[in-house]
Design a protein around this ligand. Sequence first.
Ligand SMILES: [Zn+2]
Length: 397
Amino acid sequence: MIESVELVLKSSQEKAVELLSKLVSFPVLGGESNILIAEWIESYLKEHGVEFTNVPNEEGNKRSIHCRIGPAVDGGIILSGHQDVVPVEGQTWTTDPFVLIDKNDGKLYARGSCDMKGFLACCLAALPEMLKADLKKPIYFAFSYDEEIGCLAAPELAEHIKSTYTEKPKYAIIGEPSMMQPVVGQKGIVVYKTHVNGSAGHSSRIRTEVSAINEAARLILWLENKMNQLVADGRTDERFIPPHTSIHCGIFEKSGIAPNIVSDKASFNWDCRVIPMDKSTEILAQFEAHCRELEKCNQSKFPDFKIVTELDHSDVPPLDTPEHLSIVPLIRELTGVDELTTVSYAAEAGQFSNAGFETVICGPGDIAQAHRADEFIEKDQLDQGVEFMFRLINKFS
Ligand SMILES: [Zn+2]
């Protein structure tokens, strides 16, 4: 008996809810071991007879997973998602964050329901259909860890995929919540921490000592001026809000011990969210050059005056997928949406793109629900995610 397509779709959509409720029950926070959820995903793949490959970290307490469904031929598509979620501490949840709750309001509540275990559930729910179909081009799953603390695992995962398979996958879809809209651009992000070492002394001696607080304040203003200068130089990209690279100091560490003592220590953290045309490394190089100048000026007063900048959050590259690439008509066809959008949040998309895959972000759920208390995904979005997988299977068969 041939089941009707609608019935198969409906049962896969129900399966996605069931799988999502399992996936959210693993409270794997970014930075923590993901072994339990990885093992569960692997056992699901095994049950379906799918061979997979692990990409473990050095300590062996975390691993990415990738696998191929379909023939070993060029031109396949990678479906990529992360297994970790952000913490719930300090948030006021009205339900258990690690239990999928259906309140019968069309929404499914749990940490990670939206970002982004919903997408993983859609991939896994459609797996039996992918296996049944006579795929002409392969579909790959690529599930990373530690995305939420700086997209740490994706570069190695993407490289591992390239070296594992003899054929060349062509496309990558990063299933971050985008309400199933095609996203072709993403800002990059990097966070630095800068430490200023000045001299301590009586505050009346301000002309003799070097205040770390004053010098740090000047550096923060230099960064703001740098941002404004980029705009004045015409380095803007109207697809983003704001339409330029933003540079911002978010933490100024408590410095100084008394109003009448010149402070010898000051530290601050600053982030730099680059539009695709700018490079965070160039901005850092200019900042460092300015710091060396400042050191020279102040070392005549205080020889140990020093400014040290360290990486506080890995450098996540931006995404800029041009419209002429063939992934653009493909994603338009699969989503039925013509309009291409951009996002300002960080994701693994730029990393997959840099690895040589034509990449877009497209996944179920709204980013507005991500990282919040009572995170949810609309059931309709999850349904659309599964439908998307079915259209992909059709397209590739
Ligand atoms: Zn995410």
